[in-house]
Design a binder for this molecule. Structure first.
Ligand code: ZN
Length: 414
């Protein structure tokens, strides 16, 4: 963008799910539009691991999410280059996370969400040394990678994010864990709300520094308690944020309710980002309950570990020795369209040659990202066509029925 554009983002709602909170729309940012619901590819350091910008374009990626905390040391260079979109070569809409989640998870090993199999377990790692200490100014933590003590709070986070210059920033918040009590959540939430105001004030000072308007989302916490979720949504909803991040560590079974409590209170005309979730059922519930955008490292991280998403559930590629079947015959990604077989990918992953493994990481990441992006595209179309419920039922039946029924899955071989 050569022209100066000093308008914040705007959001148009184009269709709704009747009787539900879900909607399809368009977020307009200085670096382009995002058709929602949309999945944001995670490029923590300004690039998606093993995936080129060309690859991202080939799978219709719309946006990239990077991390303020991880890019903090490069933020001056990024500002000099004109902001994240230019610096990274992505040249489309971008978002940065505040870093609050990263420093808190360094501290207590917080998991984002408990999987279906582990629903009864607590995710706060009990034996891990607590490396993060929360104060009114921010979070003090010991960085195990640099072996140094550090501190990040709303002022520091906004400072870093304004230099990085993504189109959308996240206010600095305190993520609580599933092990924390109601009383602690209440206290942490009050702090997150004070930090929201500090974030907003700091952000406004520098949001036009790079020649285009950067926007800020307030982040909602409050654990699994309805009164906390509703009150913070009301409070932050009245503040001058451009949109909202829906945060927290959830039990999977609570996700729908938590989103409903938040989104019933938030202003309708501002976009909402569900932080850090991408399982197909989470995206479907999220979209149904009014989340507009999603992000997660899972599609690429799981791809690297051999987990490939297919129409009929995920498969472990390592178990497909000799399989001449295309990775996912129902997929429209460049890898599947080129006819790569399951055995070919398995061989690359198992190879002792690092170039082969890098090739596998590239192909598998492209496929899993496209699977997740396509899911959001199909949800969008289904909302516009007024058949969201049918689409959701059909998708869930295909993707999850084998696991639920325990029936033999012809696509799984395990
Ligand atoms: Zn594919």
């Amino acid at each position: 963008m050569e022209e100066k554009q000093l308008e914040g983002l705007s959001f148009d709602i184009e269709a709704r799910i009747p009787g539900k909170l879900g909607r399809a729309g368009t977020i307009h940012t200085p670096h382009g539009d995002i058709k929602t619901p949309a999945f944001m590819c995670v490029g923590t350091y300004g690039e998606v691991r093993f995936v080129s910008m060309e690859d991202l374009n080939s799978i219709c990626a719309q946006t990239m999410l990077s991390n303020g905390y991880h890019l903090r040391n490069k933020s001056y260079d990024i500002a000099k280059d004109g902001g994240l979109a230019k610096w990274s070569g992505w040249n489309g809409p971008t978002l940065t996370d505040s870093g609050g989640f990263q420093v808190m998870s360094l501290g207590s090993g917080i998991g984002k969400v408990v999987s279906m199999e582990r629903e009864n377990e607590v995710v706060n790692a009990p034996k891990k040394d607590r490396l993060a200490i929360v104060t009114e100014e921010g979070i003090q933590f010991h960085d195990p990678y640099t072996d140094q003590d550090d501190m990040i709070g709303p002022k520091e986070s906004m400072d870093i994010q304004n230099r990085i210059g993504a189109d959308i920033h996240m206010a600095f918040d305190e993520l609580t864990s599933l092990a924390d009590t109601y009383e602690y959540n209440k206290e942490a939430l009050a702090r997150t709300e004070r930090w929201a105001q500090v974030s907003l004030d700091e952000h406004k000072k520098h949001r036009d520094d790079l020649g285009y308007r950067q926007s800020l989302y307030g982040v909602l916490q409050g654990g699994r308690w309805e009164d906390l979720r509703r009150s913070t949504a009301k409070k932050l909803g009245q503040m001058d944020f451009d949109g909202y991040g829906l945060g927290g560590a959830f039990l999977k079974s609570d996700l729908g309710n938590i989103l409903r409590w938040c989104n019933e209170e938030l202003p309708e005309n501002k976009p909402r980002h569900l932080l850090g979730l991408s399982r197909p059922d989470d995206i479907l519930i999220g979209a149904e309950m009014g989340a507009d955008t999603f992000d997660c490292v899972a599609p690429t991280r799981e791809a690297r570990h051999g987990r490939i998403y297919t129409k009929y559930g995920h498969i472990n590629i390592k178990k497909f020795e000799g399989s001449q079947e295309v990775l996912d015959p129902h997929c429209d990604c460049p890898v599947c369209k080129a006819g790569w077989t399951r055995d070919q990918l398995r061989s690359l992953l198992k190879s002792k040659n690092p170039d082969d493994r890098a090739k596998y990481f590239n192909l598998a990441s492209i496929h899993n990202l496209r699977f997740t992006i396509r899911l959001t595209e199909e949800i969008r179309q289904a909302i516009i066509d007024g058949r969201f419920e049918e689409y959701k039922d059909e998708f869930m039946k295909n993707y999850y029925s084998y696991a639920k029924n325990g029936a033999a899955d012809p696509n799984r071989h395990n």
